[in-house]
Every structure is written in structure tokens, then in C-alpha cells.
Design a protein around this ligand. Structure first.
Ligand code: PEP
Ligand code: MG
Length: 325
């Protein structure tokens, strides 16, 4: 099956009724770029930069980060790459940047909250990303945003970073696209407000599911409660996607749910045009996409939205899957 999947790596990701869906790859390290290309990804929809900061003794310098980002951009040969700014805290730690012990790290000092607090770290990263943007289609994405104020403050720092580069005569793309992840329920509920301040949004379902359901995604004792197909999650996803569409900006998905075959009819039915998936499952999703009919998925989503429990939803999706096979 794996070998035959490889044959569709270069086939355009289009449904039977001609809906094009960008299939991008999630990437934790530039070492994965070969796989990204081999699996026919149309770009990188999520580059988790925190791995650049982990397992070392000191912060990566601006030059060091720039080299990594530039390398990625060049290897991608014109394909877009969304570089997510540092997302530490929660379960991800840095030895050389001790964070105070917290009772609830997932509700604490993490991601954009750290970047806005530690302007020194954030500016270095923003400048490194900006410099790489003169080599190809780079986009910036802020993680774990929960208010408009945070986006505005991050964007103000981005403008400051641009100004510093300008003064030094260093090249960058002044029109670099900026986006944010929707991972916090508050952000999902005001997705229209946030969307009007950025160029794109991407739904991070891993965290969104954890926060919507109040279920720690790392806690094995309650793993059975971590349910991406909970009706509350599906309703919220619809709300976010509809909000972005009303504002008129692209909306993608970058959590694990984007690569779950069962969820594909939901994405197609809700009108998602970009999925960012780990390279291991990208071709399986494409295989299913090629055999899918988006207009039928629209009808299915109506029925999914009428379900009262996750079991009902999963049952409905299982029946659909069986029909495709
Ligand atoms: C997410 O939360 O869905 C996401 C993509 O971010 P991460 O998995 O890195 O937390
Ligand atoms: Mg996340």
C-alpha cells in the first residue's frame, strides 16, 4: 500500500468534484524536508521552531536561526512555509531558560505569552524569520493567541523588527504574511475579530480539543476523554471556519486531526482549503481526498452537526468510510 501511495505524490490534491485542497506538511526540523518533498507536500503549513531551541545549552542566535530558516526556504523551491514562533511552556521546556514551576503549565506561561513577555527573545526570532523571507514565500504564525490585544502587540513588535532591519539595510519581504493559530476556545469564539487583524489562520486542534474539553492532552488517565469528535469541538470548528470565510481570509488546520482520515469528510464539508499534516500520513489523506466528493461531504457535515454524542459522530463517519472503501 505504501508503495502505491508513493505513486500519487505528484498528483494534484483535487476531489472528484474538482475542489482543490492544499496538502501541506508539518515539520519539526529541517531534517524532514526531504520527506516533505518526497511526499508531494505543496508547502510547509507548520514549522515548529521550538525544536531549534531545545536540546542545547543556549538560545540560538539570530544568525543561526536565519541560516536554518533560509535553508528550509531554499530547499522548498518556491513552496510556502509557515514558520510558527516559539511555542514553549506547557510540556516543552528549555534547560537554559528556567520557567517557574506552575500548577497548571498548559494554562500558564507559554507560547506567545512568553514571546510578548520576553521581547528580547521574540525580536531575535522575528528578525531571523524576516531575513529568510527575502528568499521565498515565508509566513509567520503566532501560537496560542487568546485576544486581539496579543495579536496587535505581536504585530507591533514585528513592525519594530522590520524597522531595525531597514535601518541596517538588510533585505526582507515587507509584505510578509502573518497568521495565528486557533488553539484557545476564546480565540475560536472571536475568530472573526482575530481574522480581521491577520492574513490567515490555522486551527491547532491538538490544543483546541484539550482546552474545549478541559482534558489534559498529556494525561493518560483521562486519555479516553480526549475526544476530537466531541460535538462541541465540531461545532466550534464550524464556527471558526465560517468566521474566517466571512472575513475572507484562508483558514487551514494543523493539528493531528488534519491527518486523521476519518476527519477528512468534515474538513471537506466545512470547506477547508488547506490541511497541514505530518509527512507520515500525508499521502493516505491524499489518497482518500482523490476519492472524495466535497458536495456529498457538505450533506454529511449537516448530519454530523445534528449529532448529540461523539459516538454518533464517529459512527456516521465510519459508515461513510466503509462506503468509500
Ligand atoms: C496544535 O495544538 O494543534 C498544534 C498544531 O500545536 P502543537 O501540536 O505543536 O501544540
Ligand atoms: Mg498547540
Amino acid at each position: 500500500f505504501k508503495e502505491s501511495l508513493q505513486e500519487i505524490a505528484d498528483v494534484a490534491p483535487v476531489t472528484l468534484d474538482h475542489k482543490h485542497v492544499h496538502l501541506h506538511a508539518n515539520m519539526n526540523s529541517v531534517m524532514e524536508i526531504d520527506q516533505v518533498l518526497r511526499n508531494g507536500a505543496s508547502g510547509v503549513g507548520l514549522f515548529r521552531t521550538e525544536y531549534l531551541y531545545m536540546d542545547r545549552d543556549a538560545l540560538p542566535s539570530e544568525d543561526e536561526q536565519f541560516e536554518v530558516y533560509r535553508h528550509a526556504v531554499k530547499q522548498l523551491q518556491g513552496r510556502p512555509i509557515i514558520i510558527r514562533t516559539l511555542d514553549i511552556g506547557g510540556d516543552k521546556k528549555l534547560d537554559y531558560l528556567p520557567l517557574a514551576k506552575e500548577d497548571n503549565p498548559f494554562l500558564g506561561y507559554r507560547a506567545i505569552r512568553i514571546s510578548l513577555d520576553r521581547k528580547d527573545l521574540f525580536m531575535i526570532q522575528l528578525k531571523a524569520i524576516l531575513r529568510a523571507s527575502s528568499y521565498g514565500p515565508v509566513k509567520i504564525m503566532y501560537p496560542m493567541v487568546s485576544s486581539l490585544d496579543e495579536v496587535r502587540r505581536a504585530n507591533a513588535l514585528l513592525e519594530e523588527a522590520k524597522q531595525e532591519l531597514r535601518e541596517k539595510g538588510i533585505d526582507f519581504n515587507p509584505h510578509i504574511e502573518v497568521g495565528l493559530t486557533i488553539e484557545v476556545p476564546a480565540a475560536a469564539l472571536i475568530a472573526d475579530v482575530l481574522a480581521s487583524e491577520v492574513n490567515f489562520i490555522s486551527i491547532g486542534t491538538n490544543d483546541l480539543v484539550q482546552y474545549v474539553l478541559a482534558v489534559d492532552r498529556m494525561n493518560e488517565a483521562i486519555a479516553h476523554l480526549y475526544e476530537p469528535y466531541h460535538p462541541a469541538v465540531i461545532r466550534l470548528l464550524k464556527h471558526v471556519i465560517d468566521s474566517a470565510k466571512r472575513v475572507g481570509i484562508p483558514v487551514g488546520v494543523c493539528g493531528e486531526m488534519a491527518g486523521d482520515i476519518r476527519a477528512l469528510p468534515i474538513w471537506l464539508g466545512l470547506g477547508i482549503e488547506e490541511l497541514s499534516i505530518s509527512v507520515q500520513t500525508l499521502l493516505q489523506v491524499k489518497h482518500r481526498l482523490l476519492a472524495s466528493d466535497a458536495s456529498k461531504c457538505k450533506e454529511l457535515v449537516e448530519r454530523v452537526l445534528a449529532c448529540q454524542t461523539s459516538d454518533q459522530i464517529k459512527q456516521l463517519l465510519a459508515v461513510t468510510e466503509a462506503a468509500v472503501e
